[in-house]
Design a protein around this ligand. Sequence first.
Ligand code: ADP
Length: 480
Amino acid sequence: MKILIASAEVHPFSKTGGLADMAAALGKSLAAEGHEVGIVTPLYQGIREKFPNLEQLDYSVNAPMNGVWENAGIASLNYRENLNIYFIDHPAYYDRPALYGENNTEYLDNPRRFVFFAKAVTHFARYYHWQPDIVHVHDWQAGLVPVFMKHQSQSEGWVAPRSVLTIHNLAYQGHYERDRAFDLTNLPEEFYNLDGIEFHDGVNCLKAAIVYSDAITTVSPRYAREICTMTYGCSLDPILRERQQQLTGILNGVDYEDWNTTDNAHLNHHYSSRMMKGKLANKHDLQEEMGLPQSDQPLFGVVSRLVDQKGADIIIGALMELITSGMQFVLLGSGDPELERAFNDLQKKYPRNMAVHIGFDLGLSHRIEAGSDYFLMPSRFEPCGLNQMYSLRYGTLPIVRRTGGLDDSVIDPTDDIETANGIKFNEFAVRALAKAMKKALVLYDNPKLFRKMRLNAMNADFSWSRTCKEYERVYESVLS
Ligand code: ADP
Protein backbone atom coordinates (compact mmCIF):
# COMPACT_ATOMS: atom_id res chain seq x y z
CA MET A 1 0.00 0.00 0.00
CA LYS A 2 0.97 3.63 -0.39
CA ILE A 3 0.36 5.52 2.82
CA LEU A 4 0.73 9.24 3.47
CA ILE A 5 0.96 10.08 7.17
CA ALA A 6 0.18 13.70 8.14
CA SER A 7 1.41 14.78 11.55
CA ALA A 8 2.36 18.11 13.12
CA GLU A 9 5.20 16.36 15.02
CA VAL A 10 7.65 13.68 13.92
CA HIS A 11 10.62 12.47 15.94
CA PRO A 12 13.54 13.28 15.47
CA PHE A 13 12.55 16.42 13.57
CA SER A 14 10.06 17.94 16.01
CA LYS A 15 8.51 16.86 19.27
CA THR A 16 6.42 18.07 22.17
CA GLY A 17 5.02 14.68 23.18
CA GLY A 18 4.10 11.11 22.26
CA LEU A 19 2.56 12.07 18.89
CA ALA A 20 6.06 12.63 17.51
CA ASP A 21 7.31 9.21 18.63
CA MET A 22 4.24 7.43 17.33
CA ALA A 23 4.09 9.09 13.89
CA ALA A 24 7.74 8.26 13.26
CA ALA A 25 7.54 4.71 14.55
CA LEU A 26 4.37 3.99 12.58
CA GLY A 27 6.04 5.23 9.40
CA LYS A 28 9.19 3.21 10.04
CA SER A 29 7.36 -0.01 10.80
CA LEU A 30 5.01 0.27 7.81
CA ALA A 31 8.03 0.93 5.59
CA ALA A 32 9.80 -2.10 7.06
CA GLU A 33 6.75 -4.20 6.12
CA GLY A 34 7.29 -3.15 2.51
CA HIS A 35 4.66 -0.41 2.18
CA GLU A 36 5.56 2.84 0.47
CA VAL A 37 5.28 5.54 3.11
CA GLY A 38 5.45 9.32 3.10
CA ILE A 39 5.21 11.47 6.21
CA VAL A 40 4.20 15.07 5.71
CA THR A 41 4.89 17.62 8.42
CA PRO A 42 5.75 21.32 8.79
CA LEU A 43 9.34 22.49 8.28
CA TYR A 44 9.95 24.02 11.70
CA GLN A 45 12.87 26.19 12.74
CA GLY A 46 16.18 24.37 12.98
CA ILE A 47 15.26 21.24 11.02
CA ARG A 48 17.15 22.26 7.90
CA GLU A 49 20.30 22.97 9.94
CA LYS A 50 20.09 19.65 11.80
CA PHE A 51 19.41 17.62 8.65
CA PRO A 52 21.59 19.10 5.89
CA ASN A 53 20.59 16.28 3.51
CA LEU A 54 17.18 17.83 3.04
CA GLU A 55 16.46 18.27 -0.62
CA GLN A 56 14.27 21.08 -1.93
CA LEU A 57 11.81 19.52 -4.40
CA ASP A 58 11.09 21.18 -7.68
CA TYR A 59 7.49 21.17 -6.60
CA SER A 60 5.27 23.37 -4.49
CA VAL A 61 1.78 23.35 -3.05
CA ASN A 62 -0.67 26.20 -3.06
CA ALA A 63 -4.02 26.93 -1.53
CA PRO A 64 -6.52 29.76 -1.18
CA MET A 65 -6.62 31.21 2.33
CA ASN A 66 -9.80 33.23 2.44
CA GLY A 67 -9.39 34.09 -1.22
CA VAL A 68 -5.67 34.88 -1.15
CA TRP A 69 -3.51 32.19 -2.75
CA GLU A 70 -0.52 31.06 -0.72
CA ASN A 71 2.40 28.90 -1.76
CA ALA A 72 4.74 26.60 0.12
CA GLY A 73 7.80 24.72 -1.02
CA ILE A 74 8.41 21.07 -0.17
CA ALA A 75 11.69 19.84 1.26
CA SER A 76 12.16 16.11 1.25
CA LEU A 77 14.33 13.60 3.04
CA ASN A 78 14.78 10.01 2.00
CA TYR A 79 14.79 8.77 5.59
CA ARG A 80 15.16 5.07 4.97
CA GLU A 81 14.04 2.46 2.47
CA ASN A 82 10.37 3.04 1.54
CA LEU A 83 10.10 6.08 3.77
CA ASN A 84 10.25 9.72 2.68
CA ILE A 85 9.61 12.71 4.89
CA TYR A 86 8.04 15.73 3.19
CA PHE A 87 8.33 19.07 4.95
CA ILE A 88 5.93 21.90 4.21
CA ASP A 89 8.21 24.90 3.82
CA HIS A 90 6.28 28.04 4.74
CA PRO A 91 8.61 30.13 6.94
CA ALA A 92 6.02 32.72 7.94
CA TYR A 93 4.00 29.95 9.61
CA TYR A 94 6.53 27.41 10.83
CA ASP A 95 9.95 29.07 11.22
CA ARG A 96 9.40 29.96 14.86
CA PRO A 97 11.09 29.12 18.17
CA ALA A 98 8.32 26.68 19.20
CA LEU A 99 5.79 24.38 17.55
CA TYR A 100 2.53 25.74 18.91
CA GLY A 101 3.26 28.68 21.16
CA GLU A 102 5.62 30.36 23.59
CA ASN A 103 5.45 31.26 27.32
CA ASN A 104 2.40 29.07 27.75
CA THR A 105 0.48 31.06 25.15
CA GLU A 106 -0.66 29.55 21.87
CA TYR A 107 0.38 31.39 18.74
CA LEU A 108 -2.63 33.53 17.86
CA ASP A 109 -2.56 32.45 14.25
CA ASN A 110 -2.64 28.69 14.98
CA PRO A 111 -5.95 28.30 13.12
CA ARG A 112 -4.34 29.86 10.07
CA ARG A 113 -1.13 27.80 10.43
CA PHE A 114 -2.95 24.52 10.60
CA VAL A 115 -5.72 25.26 8.12
CA PHE A 116 -2.88 25.89 5.74
CA PHE A 117 -1.10 22.70 6.80
CA ALA A 118 -4.25 20.66 6.10
CA LYS A 119 -4.66 22.34 2.71
CA ALA A 120 -1.04 21.71 1.84
CA VAL A 121 -1.36 18.02 2.74
CA THR A 122 -4.51 17.71 0.65
CA HIS A 123 -2.86 19.41 -2.31
CA PHE A 124 0.17 17.16 -1.98
CA ALA A 125 -1.97 14.01 -1.81
CA ARG A 126 -3.87 15.13 -4.87
CA TYR A 127 -1.22 16.48 -7.22
CA TYR A 128 2.19 15.06 -6.35
CA HIS A 129 3.30 12.31 -8.74
CA TRP A 130 3.40 9.80 -5.87
CA GLN A 131 -0.24 9.05 -5.18
CA PRO A 132 -1.21 7.52 -1.81
CA ASP A 133 -4.02 4.97 -1.33
CA ILE A 134 -4.47 6.09 2.28
CA VAL A 135 -4.04 9.45 3.95
CA HIS A 136 -3.59 8.85 7.67
CA VAL A 137 -4.06 12.07 9.66
CA HIS A 138 -3.08 12.56 13.29
CA ASP A 139 -4.82 14.81 15.80
CA TRP A 140 -6.51 18.15 15.25
CA GLN A 141 -3.62 19.83 13.44
CA ALA A 142 -4.24 17.61 10.41
CA GLY A 143 -7.95 17.23 11.17
CA LEU A 144 -9.28 19.29 8.26
CA VAL A 145 -7.59 17.09 5.66
CA PRO A 146 -10.48 14.55 5.42
CA VAL A 147 -12.95 17.45 5.00
CA PHE A 148 -10.94 19.04 2.20
CA MET A 149 -10.61 15.64 0.55
CA LYS A 150 -14.37 15.08 0.80
CA HIS A 151 -15.13 18.54 -0.55
CA GLN A 152 -12.76 18.26 -3.50
CA SER A 153 -13.99 14.80 -4.41
CA GLN A 154 -17.62 15.95 -4.27
CA SER A 155 -17.17 19.21 -6.14
CA GLU A 156 -14.27 18.50 -8.47
CA GLY A 157 -14.60 14.79 -9.16
CA TRP A 158 -11.28 13.87 -7.54
CA VAL A 159 -11.11 10.17 -6.71
CA ALA A 160 -9.52 10.83 -3.33
CA PRO A 161 -7.54 8.36 -1.22
CA ARG A 162 -9.27 6.82 1.79
CA SER A 163 -8.76 8.66 5.05
CA VAL A 164 -7.92 7.40 8.53
CA LEU A 165 -7.79 9.56 11.67
CA THR A 166 -5.81 8.70 14.79
CA ILE A 167 -6.82 10.54 17.96
CA HIS A 168 -3.82 10.86 20.27
CA ASN A 169 -5.58 13.07 22.78
CA LEU A 170 -9.23 14.06 22.60
CA ALA A 171 -8.66 17.01 24.94
CA TYR A 172 -6.91 18.97 22.19
CA GLN A 173 -9.42 19.72 19.47
CA GLY A 174 -8.35 22.83 17.57
CA HIS A 175 -11.64 24.58 18.33
CA TYR A 176 -11.76 28.18 17.06
CA GLU A 177 -14.40 30.87 16.75
CA ARG A 178 -15.98 30.89 13.34
CA ASP A 179 -14.49 34.24 12.32
CA ARG A 180 -10.94 33.03 13.09
CA ALA A 181 -11.14 29.88 11.02
CA PHE A 182 -14.09 29.23 8.78
CA ASP A 183 -13.36 31.78 6.04
CA LEU A 184 -9.80 30.48 5.82
CA THR A 185 -11.10 27.02 4.92
CA ASN A 186 -12.89 28.36 1.81
CA LEU A 187 -15.41 25.57 2.35
CA PRO A 188 -18.98 26.13 1.21
CA GLU A 189 -21.48 27.02 3.92
CA GLU A 190 -23.06 23.55 3.89
CA PHE A 191 -20.02 22.15 5.74
CA TYR A 192 -20.62 24.55 8.60
CA ASN A 193 -23.41 22.85 10.52
CA LEU A 194 -23.82 20.51 13.46
CA ASP A 195 -23.41 17.42 11.25
CA GLY A 196 -20.22 18.93 9.83
CA ILE A 197 -17.34 20.93 11.21
CA GLU A 198 -19.33 23.29 13.43
CA PHE A 199 -19.12 22.87 17.18
CA HIS A 200 -20.42 25.39 19.73
CA ASP A 201 -20.40 28.32 17.28
CA GLY A 202 -16.96 27.61 15.94
CA VAL A 203 -14.85 25.35 13.78
CA ASN A 204 -13.64 22.19 15.51
CA CYS A 205 -10.81 20.58 13.55
CA LEU A 206 -10.84 17.28 15.45
CA LYS A 207 -14.59 16.93 15.21
CA ALA A 208 -14.29 17.55 11.47
CA ALA A 209 -11.92 14.61 11.17
CA ILE A 210 -14.16 12.39 13.30
CA VAL A 211 -17.11 13.16 11.04
CA TYR A 212 -15.37 12.88 7.67
CA SER A 213 -12.70 10.17 8.03
CA ASP A 214 -13.37 6.70 6.68
CA ALA A 215 -11.97 5.09 9.83
CA ILE A 216 -10.97 6.36 13.26
CA THR A 217 -8.42 4.90 15.61
CA THR A 218 -7.17 5.90 18.98
CA VAL A 219 -4.10 4.80 20.82
CA SER A 220 -5.35 2.15 23.24
CA PRO A 221 -8.38 -0.15 23.48
CA ARG A 222 -9.45 1.21 26.86
CA TYR A 223 -9.25 4.83 25.71
CA ALA A 224 -11.39 3.89 22.68
CA ARG A 225 -14.10 2.80 25.10
CA GLU A 226 -13.56 5.72 27.49
CA ILE A 227 -13.94 8.48 24.88
CA CYS A 228 -17.42 7.26 24.03
CA THR A 229 -18.52 8.14 27.59
CA MET A 230 -19.46 11.52 29.00
CA THR A 231 -16.66 11.40 31.59
CA TYR A 232 -13.84 11.13 29.07
CA GLY A 233 -15.56 12.29 25.87
CA CYS A 234 -14.56 16.00 26.11
CA SER A 235 -18.07 16.85 24.74
CA LEU A 236 -17.40 14.89 21.55
CA ASP A 237 -18.71 11.60 22.97
CA PRO A 238 -22.11 11.80 21.21
CA ILE A 239 -20.34 12.10 17.84
CA LEU A 240 -17.90 9.33 18.71
CA ARG A 241 -20.76 7.05 19.75
CA GLU A 242 -22.34 7.64 16.34
CA ARG A 243 -19.11 6.50 14.72
CA GLN A 244 -18.29 3.72 17.19
CA GLN A 245 -18.47 1.08 14.45
CA GLN A 246 -15.57 2.78 12.69
CA LEU A 247 -13.55 3.37 15.90
CA THR A 248 -10.72 1.02 16.90
CA GLY A 249 -8.32 1.23 19.84
CA ILE A 250 -4.77 0.20 18.93
CA LEU A 251 -2.13 0.30 21.65
CA ASN A 252 0.97 2.21 20.51
CA GLY A 253 4.17 0.26 20.21
CA VAL A 254 7.61 1.24 21.43
CA ASP A 255 10.42 2.03 19.04
CA TYR A 256 13.04 -0.21 20.66
CA GLU A 257 15.66 1.13 18.24
CA ASP A 258 15.47 4.39 20.22
CA TRP A 259 14.27 3.17 23.60
CA ASN A 260 16.58 0.42 24.75
CA THR A 261 19.21 -0.13 27.44
CA THR A 262 21.78 -2.09 25.46
CA ASP A 263 22.73 0.30 22.67
CA ASN A 264 21.86 3.81 23.72
CA ALA A 265 24.05 6.88 23.28
CA HIS A 266 22.23 8.69 26.10
CA LEU A 267 23.29 6.14 28.74
CA ASN A 268 26.74 5.73 30.26
CA HIS A 269 26.08 2.16 31.39
CA HIS A 270 24.34 -0.47 29.36
CA TYR A 271 22.36 -3.31 30.93
CA SER A 272 19.79 -5.99 30.19
CA SER A 273 17.60 -8.42 32.10
CA ARG A 274 20.53 -10.84 32.16
CA MET A 275 23.16 -8.28 33.15
CA MET A 276 21.69 -5.79 35.58
CA LYS A 277 24.82 -4.18 37.03
CA GLY A 278 24.56 -1.17 34.73
CA LYS A 279 21.12 -0.28 36.12
CA LEU A 280 22.59 0.64 39.52
CA ALA A 281 25.46 2.52 37.87
CA ASN A 282 22.89 4.57 35.93
CA LYS A 283 21.07 5.30 39.19
CA HIS A 284 24.29 6.60 40.77
CA ASP A 285 25.05 8.71 37.69
CA LEU A 286 21.55 10.14 37.72
CA GLN A 287 21.80 11.01 41.41
CA GLU A 288 25.06 12.81 40.69
CA GLU A 289 23.70 14.57 37.59
CA MET A 290 20.67 15.79 39.52
CA GLY A 291 22.67 16.78 42.62
CA LEU A 292 21.26 14.13 44.95
CA PRO A 293 23.29 12.08 47.44
CA GLN A 294 24.08 8.53 46.31
CA SER A 295 21.66 6.82 48.65
CA ASP A 296 20.23 3.31 48.39
CA GLN A 297 16.72 4.57 48.87
CA PRO A 298 14.25 3.86 46.09
CA LEU A 299 14.31 6.57 43.43
CA PHE A 300 10.99 7.65 41.87
CA GLY A 301 11.15 9.38 38.48
CA VAL A 302 8.82 11.52 36.38
CA VAL A 303 9.22 12.79 32.81
CA SER A 304 6.14 14.69 31.79
CA ARG A 305 4.43 17.69 30.39
CA LEU A 306 3.31 19.55 33.50
CA VAL A 307 -0.38 19.89 32.72
CA ASP A 308 -3.60 19.03 34.49
CA GLN A 309 -3.99 15.74 32.61
CA LYS A 310 -0.82 14.21 34.01
CA GLY A 311 -1.78 14.45 37.70
CA ALA A 312 1.21 16.57 38.72
CA ASP A 313 -1.01 18.09 41.43
CA ILE A 314 -1.50 14.75 43.18
CA ILE A 315 2.20 13.96 42.81
CA ILE A 316 2.94 17.11 44.81
CA GLY A 317 0.38 16.09 47.45
CA ALA A 318 1.81 12.58 47.73
CA LEU A 319 5.39 13.89 47.91
CA MET A 320 4.47 16.23 50.78
CA GLU A 321 3.30 13.14 52.65
CA LEU A 322 6.11 10.74 51.72
CA ILE A 323 9.26 12.52 50.67
CA THR A 324 10.90 12.11 54.09
CA SER A 325 9.97 8.44 54.47
CA GLY A 326 13.06 6.99 52.82
CA MET A 327 12.77 7.83 49.14
CA GLN A 328 14.22 10.10 46.47
CA PHE A 329 12.41 11.79 43.61
CA VAL A 330 13.52 13.31 40.30
CA LEU A 331 11.41 15.20 37.83
CA LEU A 332 11.97 16.43 34.28
CA GLY A 333 9.13 18.46 32.86
CA SER A 334 7.74 21.80 31.87
CA GLY A 335 4.37 23.41 31.39
CA ASP A 336 2.04 25.10 33.83
CA PRO A 337 4.12 27.77 35.66
CA GLU A 338 2.27 27.15 38.93
CA LEU A 339 3.13 23.47 38.87
CA GLU A 340 6.73 24.26 37.94
CA ARG A 341 6.92 26.61 40.91
CA ALA A 342 5.33 24.09 43.29
CA PHE A 343 7.92 21.43 42.36
CA ASN A 344 10.77 23.91 42.67
CA ASP A 345 9.54 25.11 46.07
CA LEU A 346 9.30 21.57 47.37
CA GLN A 347 12.77 20.79 46.09
CA LYS A 348 14.20 23.76 47.99
CA LYS A 349 12.70 22.31 51.15
CA TYR A 350 13.99 18.76 50.60
CA PRO A 351 17.19 19.11 48.54
CA ARG A 352 18.57 15.74 49.68
CA ASN A 353 15.46 13.88 48.56
CA MET A 354 14.22 15.77 45.54
CA ALA A 355 15.66 17.14 42.31
CA VAL A 356 13.73 19.03 39.67
CA HIS A 357 14.77 19.96 36.15
CA ILE A 358 12.36 22.27 34.36
CA GLY A 359 12.80 22.00 30.61
CA PHE A 360 12.76 19.55 27.71
CA ASP A 361 15.77 17.25 27.47
CA LEU A 362 15.74 14.04 25.46
CA GLY A 363 18.99 12.64 26.90
CA LEU A 364 17.92 13.27 30.48
CA SER A 365 14.56 11.60 29.80
CA HIS A 366 16.45 8.39 28.92
CA ARG A 367 18.69 8.70 31.97
CA ILE A 368 15.72 9.16 34.30
CA GLU A 369 14.06 6.08 32.79
CA ALA A 370 17.26 4.10 33.28
CA GLY A 371 18.31 5.44 36.70
CA SER A 372 14.98 5.33 38.54
CA ASP A 373 13.49 2.38 40.41
CA TYR A 374 9.89 3.54 39.93
CA PHE A 375 8.19 5.81 37.40
CA LEU A 376 5.07 7.78 38.34
CA MET A 377 2.16 8.32 35.91
CA PRO A 378 -0.94 9.14 37.93
CA SER A 379 -2.82 10.64 34.96
CA ARG A 380 -6.40 11.87 35.14
CA PHE A 381 -6.74 10.31 31.70
CA GLU A 382 -4.10 8.81 29.43
CA PRO A 383 -4.86 7.94 25.79
CA CYS A 384 -1.88 5.59 25.59
CA GLY A 385 1.12 6.92 27.44
CA LEU A 386 4.53 5.91 26.23
CA ASN A 387 6.69 6.53 29.26
CA GLN A 388 5.21 3.63 31.23
CA MET A 389 6.16 1.31 28.35
CA TYR A 390 9.66 2.82 28.16
CA SER A 391 9.91 2.34 31.94
CA LEU A 392 9.03 -1.34 31.63
CA ARG A 393 11.84 -1.93 29.15
CA TYR A 394 14.25 0.03 31.38
CA GLY A 395 13.36 -2.13 34.40
CA THR A 396 11.77 0.83 36.17
CA LEU A 397 8.44 -0.25 37.65
CA PRO A 398 5.62 2.07 36.58
CA ILE A 399 3.11 3.29 39.16
CA VAL A 400 0.03 4.24 37.18
CA ARG A 401 -3.62 5.08 37.48
CA ARG A 402 -5.99 2.54 35.94
CA THR A 403 -7.00 4.57 32.92
CA GLY A 404 -6.58 4.43 29.13
CA GLY A 405 -3.38 2.91 27.83
CA LEU A 406 -1.86 2.81 31.32
CA ASP A 407 -4.38 0.15 32.27
CA ASP A 408 -3.81 -1.71 28.99
CA SER A 409 -0.03 -1.94 29.38
CA VAL A 410 0.79 -2.43 33.08
CA ILE A 411 -0.02 -5.48 35.23
CA ASP A 412 -0.53 -5.07 38.98
CA PRO A 413 0.19 -7.96 41.40
CA THR A 414 -3.55 -8.11 42.18
CA ASP A 415 -4.26 -8.70 38.47
CA ASP A 416 -1.74 -11.54 38.22
CA ILE A 417 1.09 -12.06 40.65
CA GLU A 418 3.06 -14.19 38.17
CA THR A 419 3.24 -11.59 35.41
CA ALA A 420 2.98 -8.40 37.53
CA ASN A 421 5.25 -5.60 36.32
CA GLY A 422 3.98 -2.44 38.02
CA ILE A 423 1.59 -0.93 40.55
CA LYS A 424 -1.87 0.40 39.68
CA PHE A 425 -4.43 2.40 41.60
CA ASN A 426 -7.98 3.52 40.80
CA GLU A 427 -9.05 6.74 42.41
CA PHE A 428 -7.65 10.06 41.18
CA ALA A 429 -6.64 11.33 44.63
CA VAL A 430 -3.53 12.12 46.65
CA ARG A 431 -4.38 9.37 49.16
CA ALA A 432 -4.66 6.72 46.40
CA LEU A 433 -1.34 7.68 44.83
CA ALA A 434 0.35 7.89 48.23
CA LYS A 435 -0.95 4.41 49.06
CA ALA A 436 0.45 3.04 45.79
CA MET A 437 3.82 4.69 46.55
CA LYS A 438 3.81 3.17 50.04
CA LYS A 439 3.27 -0.23 48.43
CA ALA A 440 6.30 0.52 46.27
CA LEU A 441 8.40 1.32 49.35
CA VAL A 442 7.38 -2.00 50.91
CA LEU A 443 8.03 -3.88 47.66
CA TYR A 444 11.51 -2.36 47.48
CA ASP A 445 12.31 -4.07 50.79
CA ASN A 446 11.30 -7.43 49.29
CA PRO A 447 14.19 -7.93 46.84
CA LYS A 448 12.96 -11.28 45.55
CA LEU A 449 9.55 -10.02 44.45
CA PHE A 450 10.99 -6.69 43.30
CA ARG A 451 13.52 -8.49 41.09
CA LYS A 452 10.85 -10.77 39.67
CA MET A 453 8.59 -7.84 38.77
CA ARG A 454 11.55 -6.02 37.27
CA LEU A 455 12.32 -8.99 35.03
CA ASN A 456 8.66 -9.27 34.01
CA ALA A 457 8.79 -5.58 33.12
CA MET A 458 11.93 -5.86 31.03
CA ASN A 459 10.59 -8.88 29.17
CA ALA A 460 7.24 -7.27 28.30
CA ASP A 461 7.08 -6.75 24.55
CA PHE A 462 5.38 -3.76 22.97
CA SER A 463 7.23 -3.88 19.67
CA TRP A 464 5.74 -2.16 16.67
CA SER A 465 5.25 -5.28 14.55
CA ARG A 466 1.99 -6.09 16.41
CA THR A 467 0.78 -2.47 16.30
CA CYS A 468 1.67 -2.21 12.63
CA LYS A 469 -0.44 -5.27 11.74
CA GLU A 470 -3.44 -3.71 13.43
CA TYR A 471 -3.05 -0.52 11.36
CA GLU A 472 -2.71 -2.61 8.21
CA ARG A 473 -6.04 -4.23 9.03
CA VAL A 474 -7.67 -0.79 9.40
CA TYR A 475 -6.23 0.35 6.04
CA GLU A 476 -7.42 -2.86 4.36
CA SER A 477 -10.89 -2.39 5.80
CA VAL A 478 -11.27 1.13 4.35
CA LEU A 479 -9.86 0.10 0.98
CA SER A 480 -12.17 -2.86 0.55
P1 ADP B 1 2.06 12.93 25.97
O1 ADP B 1 2.12 12.67 24.52
O2 ADP B 1 0.67 13.11 26.50
O3 ADP B 1 2.94 14.06 26.42
P2 ADP B 1 3.30 10.32 26.28
O4 ADP B 1 3.68 9.53 27.50
O5 ADP B 1 2.49 9.61 25.25
O6 ADP B 1 2.60 11.64 26.78
O7 ADP B 1 4.63 10.80 25.55
C1 ADP B 1 5.46 11.75 26.11
C2 ADP B 1 6.75 11.75 25.31
O8 ADP B 1 7.37 13.01 25.48
C3 ADP B 1 7.74 10.72 25.83
O9 ADP B 1 8.62 10.34 24.79
C4 ADP B 1 8.49 11.54 26.89
O10 ADP B 1 9.76 11.00 27.18
C5 ADP B 1 8.58 12.87 26.22
N1 ADP B 1 8.69 14.00 27.14
C6 ADP B 1 7.73 14.60 27.88
N2 ADP B 1 8.21 15.63 28.58
C7 ADP B 1 9.54 15.68 28.30
C8 ADP B 1 10.61 16.54 28.73
N3 ADP B 1 10.41 17.54 29.58
N4 ADP B 1 11.84 16.30 28.23
C9 ADP B 1 12.06 15.27 27.37
N5 ADP B 1 11.09 14.44 26.92
C10 ADP B 1 9.86 14.64 27.38
